[in-house]
Design a protein around this ligand. Structure first.
Ligand SMILES: [Zn+2]
Length: 73
C-alpha cells in the first residue's frame, strides 16, 4: 500500500486525516498500460470535501484533478 495515498484528504487545502472506510469518497485510479505491476493509486476525499469537490480522472495526464462540484438545487 505504499503507493496508496489515502492517509489524508486529497484536497491539498484540507489534509484531513483518513479515519475509516465508509466516510468520504474513495477513488481508485484505473491501472494504465504504462503502469508497471500493480501501481494503483487510491485517493480519498473527506466527507466535507466530497460535498464540494469531485475528483475527475484525466486520461491524458493519468492523474486525478480536483474539480468543484456544481451546487445541486
Ligand atoms: Zn477534505
Amino acid at each position: 500500500m505504499k503507493d496508496a495515498n489515502i492517509s489524508v484528504c486529497a484536497n491539498p487545502q484540507c489534509k484531513q486525516e483518513f479515519k475509516r472506510l465508509g466516510e468520504g469518497k474513495l477513488y481508485v485510479r484505473p491501472a494504465g498500460k504504462n503502469d508497471k505491476g500493480t501501481n494503483q493509486k487510491a485517493l480519498w476525499l473527506c466527507p466535507e470535501c466530497a460535498e464540494h469537490f469531485d475528483l475527475r480522472y484525466d486520461r491524458r495526464l493519468q492523474e486525478y484533478s480536483l474539480v468543484r462540484r456544481r451546487r445541486v438545487a
